[in-house]
Design a protein around this ligand. Structure first.
Ligand SMILES: C[S@@+](CC[C@H](N)C(=O)[O-])C[C@H]1O[C@@H](n2cnc3c(N)ncnc32)[C@H](O)[C@@H]1O
Length: 221
């Protein structure tokens, strides 16, 4: 499955900024301001993609970005060089089994990633593990739209969503409950408020991983 995701994003890497860059721009800025990274904090961007948000960070914030797609990372690497982002480090790594020590990051963000990964709960548990106790975790995710035309289009592409790398339908509330992640605040972001931006506090220890399928049966709303 991860091989499939790698292939899909190897293709998207060429068009990602032109297409998704604008569509998700609003959410990116709101999430960054909600995260409010402070001097000397360490931030992990899970599924950093082409690194669209990397230039937003001040140079005194240490940023680590990981992604499973080398092609997406290559684009992020170019931004690092272009903007001279000496505070940014990028790694090819699977979010569901990270090599970082536990309690490493002050803040972790997963933007448009949780529905794309093969095993969302395992990934969330890994995020909790590498995030410091009482650190903050931010999740941005497409959650659907009530506008008839878009909802109809969404229904039409629903069976192929996962195949084309747009992620599966998951019950995000249920997932967060299983992961023991209390929501501190949330707001709707992006065009037609189609996405949820959720801020959680890493107060509890991780739970035993369940399989991804538990969360893929219902459409999040
Ligand atoms: C929709 S893109 C989001 C990119 C970026 N976070 C953004 O908001 O623009 C999803 C990213 O997650 C990455 N990804 C998917 N599965 C992953 C995994 N298991 N570990 C790390 N990255 C993964 C993909 O390669 C892709 O770059």
């Amino acid at each position: 499955m991860s091989e499939h995701i790698k292939k899909v994003y190897s293709f998207y890497s060429w068009i990602y900024d032109a297409f998704f860059g604008k569509i998700f721009e609003h959410g990116r800025y709101v999430a960054f301001h909600m995260m409010n990274p402070k001097a000397n904090e360490t931030v992990l961007e899970v599924g950093v993609g082409t690194g669209l948000s990397l230039p937003l960070y001040a140079k005194n914030v240490e940023v680590v970005g990981i992604d499973i797609s080398q092609e997406m990372l290559d684009k992020a690497q170019r931004k690092k060089q272009y903007y001279n982002l000496s505070n940014v480090n990028l790694y090819n790594m699977d979010a569901s089994s990270m090599t970082f020590a536990s309690n490493t990051f002050d803040k972790v963000i997963a933007s448009h990633v949780i529905t794309v990964v093969t095993d969302p709960l395992r990934t969330l548990n890994e995020i909790k593990r590498v995030c410091k106790k009482d650190g903050e975790i931010f999740i941005v995710n497409y959650t659907g739209c009530n506008y008839k035309l878009i909802a109809a289009f969404e229904k039409f592409i629903s069976p192929f969503r996962d195949k084309v790398g747009l992620g599966k339908h998951i019950d995000l509330n249920e997932l967060l409950r299983y992961a023991n992640l209390p929501v501190l605040s949330e707001q709707r972001v992006n065009f037609l408020e189609m996405c949820r931006l959720i801020k959680c506090k890493n107060t509890t220890t991780t739970t035993l991983p369940k399989t991804a399928s538990t969360f893929c049966q219902h459409r999040d709303s």
